[in-house]
Structure formats: structure tokens, C-alpha cells
Design a protein around this ligand. Structure first.
Ligand SMILES: Cc1cc2nc3c(=O)[nH]c(=O)nc-3n(C[C@H](O)[C@H](O)[C@H](O)COP(=O)(O)O)c2cc1C
Length: 397
């Protein structure tokens, strides 16, 4: 299946190979040809600061402020690819010739503040609620018809849209792009069997078939942007419409999927979890507590980014769906992150809400001044002008 040496976590710990020294979180790392000054990432987060799909000056300043606060890699909020089917959300970001200037300002300011920037390529597929969506099978989840399955011709057209958007990112100096294949959106609708019953080699029970279309997109971007451009892919087991869903029900299928992406040309996989400290397979008799990112890395050899409630005690979906405020959970998180990273479980760490709450989160961790961190509050997000009707319906809200 793959040629990666499997490191046993428990043995590694016994050897004394693991430490919990946070210094490891501040060591540089190179992915493809891009050097990052430390391991901290801000993940893509829609902030409602785009005008006609183009990032405002405020959005550029917001990204640059987080780079100034010590974050090595800023990932731009999900930007609709250059294809008319990608989204109809009025406040969504777009990445095309018309929005090129707005994104260029973001990249320039992040670079000027000492960070690097990747842009996230997104298509909402069947999460689009107007009945016109194109997706794998016209399903947002097994019980929800939304629009229709895209034909092979339409899929080819959409692939070309991903490439056009990636080329814009490259032209304006972004170090790379992250292909969004997580949380139940378009490409995740291919990966998840619950939303993909195609029988044309792009769907069905075999993960190799379900991973094929996202992998083709990665390969097309690689061919168009050349060997040095950083390509990431973000995936998750959970969906906004189903927190218990699984793309890969076993470590073997996860390894198979990740290895397909590696062969397609990804440099880094961003394994999106709601809580980074949770073992992906807690029922395992050997007690291996690796999280989703850890299992992805060991199964494929691809560098990985972990994410999920760093610095906070409750996850993003509880905040968004229930409107509650989290409490700080910093010392425990940093200790756990350092221990797991020193064991080789993951390579970089993304911090979402905690960086919205405090742009200096990383600098304060570096200074060991956890008490000075301002804790994120639900109100920091303001009014979300986003059509969540399919998600709310799925949860009976
Ligand atoms: C307001 C908001 C907007 C988000 N938008 C995106 C997005 O555009 N693309 C994406 O992949 N994830 C998005 N996410 C998920 C985050 O990238 C991240 O995975 C999640 O918040 C978990 O990290 P945290 O627990 O540190 O906040 C969003 C999260 C929030 C809070």
C-alpha cells in the first residue's frame, strides 16, 4: 500500500523520544520549496469581509495582523473557484481575474508582515441551497437531495476552474493553494460515500474511486503551476451536516486515500478535526492515540497540519450552532501539541478561533504568557450572513 515506516507511538514514548517542550512549535519547516519560520498556521475562515467576492482592505489588514503576531502560514478564507456553479453565497470570497487585486493586497501585506500565504480553493456543491447545485450525486447527505449530479463534461469544466484560480494565486505571489475537500462541501461530497453513489469510476464503495476527482484536480494544478508551487488538500471525517460521518472508516482506507493524493502531487494534507486531542480510533486495543492528522501522516508519509479547538475547550460547531462561548484551554493544549509533534505525529498546527480572539496568540505562547491571551468569544464573529439552511435542517435546528 505504501512504503512508509510505521512508528509505534507507545514504543516511541518508552524510548524517551518524546518531550513536551513547546520549543518544537517554534522550529522552522520547509514544505516543497517554501520555508516557514515556525509551525503555526491560521486556517481558512470566512469572515464576511469581501465585496463582490474581493477581499477588502480590512481583510488584508486582519490577515497581516495575524502574520505580525507570529503566525508562519496564513490560509485565506475559502474562495470560490472560477466557475459559475461554485457558490451563490452573496458574501463569499471568489478567486478569479476580477478579484485578483484584492487577493494580491492580502498576499503582499502578509509577506510584508513576515508570513507566508496560501489561498483556499472552494466549491460548495450540494451545500448550495437554491436547487441549482452541481455535485457528485446531487446529495448534501444521504437524506438530502440538493441540485443534481454533474456530468463528466461539467466536471472537466469545473476542474479547469480550479486551475484558473490556482494560477491567479501563483501569479500574485501566494506560496501555494489549499484544495478544500472537507466539512461536507463539493469535493468532500465525492470523498464521502454518503453523498456519492456515482457508478462511473468517480464514486461508490471504493475510496480509490471517490478520491479520483479531487486527485485529478490536484494533478491538474500541479501540471499547470509546476513543481515548486505548494499544494495542500484539506479533508475531514466530519461534515457540517453529520458530525459522525467518516470518509475513511479504517486506517487502511485513510492511508489509501492520502497516498492517492500524494501521488497526485500534494505537499501537505490538512486533516480537519473538531478537537485535535481526540484519538481517531479510540477503540483500538493497542491504545494508539494518534489523531486524524497522525494517522494520515503515518499511512502516507505526507506532511500534515492538525487543527481543532487549540486554546479553547469547545469546538467550532458548538459555537456556531449553539451560540455559546468557549473557555480557555491553553497550557494543556500546548503541552499535548508539543508532545505529539515531538513524536512526529504532525508537522504544523492550525489555530482558528483563538487567533480571531487574539492576534498575538502565538507570540504570547512563545513568551509563555498564557494568562495574557484574550479568549475568543462568539460575538467576535459578528453577524454571519451565510445560508446555513441545509446544515440547520440536518441538525433539526
Ligand atoms: C467563522 C469561521 C469560518 C470558517 N470558514 C472556513 C472556511 O472558509 N474554510 C475552511 O476550510 N474552514 C473554515 N472554518 C473552519 C476553521 O478553518 C477551523 O477548522 C475550525 O474553526 C476549527 O479550528 P478552531 O477550533 O481552532 O477554531 C471556519 C471556522 C470559523 C469559526
Amino acid at each position: 500500500m505504501n512504503d512508509v515506516h510505521l512508528v509505534n507511538h507507545a514504543d516511541h514514548a518508552k524510548d524517551g523520544g518524546m518531550t513536551n517542550d513547546p520549543a518544537i512549535l517554534f522550529t522552522p519547516i520547509t514544505l516543497n520549496t517554501t520555508r516557514f519560520k515556525n509551525r503555526w498556521v491560521m486556517p481558512a475562515m470566512q469572515r464576511g469581509m469581501c465585496v463582490d467576492g474581493s477581499p477588502s482592505a480590512d481583510l488584508a489588514a486582519y490577515y497581516a495582523r495575524r502574520a505580525q503576531g507570529g503566525v508562519a502560514l496564513i490560509i485565506g478564507e475559502s474562495a470560490a473557484i472560477d466557475h459559475p456553479s461554485a457558490t451563490v453565497q452573496p458574501t463569499a470570497a471568489r478567486l478569479n481575474a476580477a478579484t485578483r487585486g484584492g487577493w494580491a493586497r492580502c498576499v503582499d501585506q502578509v509577506l510584508g508582515a513576515g508570513g507566508q500565504m496560501m489561498l483556499q480553493l472552494w466549491h460548495e456543491g450540494a451545500m448550495r441551497a437554491d436547487g441549482q447545485a452541481l455535485s457528485a450525486s446531487g446529495l448534501a447527505h444521504p437524506g438530502k437531495q440538493s441540485g443534481r449530479a454533474a456530468t463528466l463534461e461539467e466536471l472537466a469544466d469545473i476542474r479547469a476552474g480550479y486551475v484558473r484560480s490556482a494560477l491567479v494565486a501563483q501569479e500574485i505571489g501566494a506560496c501555494g493553494v489549499e484544495v478544500h475537500a472537507a466539512h461536507g462541501y463539493f469535493l468532500d461530497q465525492f470523498l464521502w460515500q454518503g453523498s456519492n453513489n456515482r457508478d462511473d469510476g468517480y464514486g461508490g464503495p471504493d475510496i480509490a474511486h471517490r478520491a479520483r476527482f479531487p486527485a485529478e484536480i490536484v494533478a491538474d494544478i500541479r501540471a499547470a503551476c509546476g513543481p515548486d508551487f505548494l499544494i495542500g488538500l484539506r479533508f475531514s471525517q466530519w461534515k457540517e451536516v453529520d458530525f459522525t460521518a467518516r470518509v475513511a472508516p479504517s486506517p487502511a482506507e485513510l492511508a489509501q486515500m492520502a497516498t492517492i493524493f500524494r501521488h497526485a502531487g500534494v505537499d501537505v494534507l490538512h486533516a480537519s478535526s473538531r478537537r485535535f486531542w481526540e484519538p481517531e480510533w479510540p477503540e483500538r486495543a493497542d491504545g494508539d492515540d494518534r489523531n486524524l492528522a497522525g494517522w494520515t501522516k503515518v499511512g502516507s508519509g505526507v506532511p500534515v497540519i492538525t487543527v481543532g479547538s487549540v486554546g479553547l475547550d469547545i469546538d467550532v460547531m458548538e459555537v456556531l450552532m449553539q451560540g455559546v462561548d468557549p473557555r480557555p484551554r491553553v497550557a494543556e493544549a500546548i503541552d499535548d501539541l508539543a508532545r505529539r509533534m515531538s513524536a512526529g505525529e504532525f508537522d504544523m498546527v492550525a489555530v482558528g478561533r483563538a487567533l480571531i480572539g487574539d492576534p498575538d496568540f502565538v507570540l504570547k505562547v512563545a513568551a509563555d504568557d498564557y494568562a495574557a491571551i484574550r479568549t475568543f468569544r462568539r460575538d467576535d464573529l459578528g453577524q454571519l450572513e451565510w445560508d446555513l439552511s441545509i446544515v440547520e435542517e440536518a441538525h433539526g435546528v
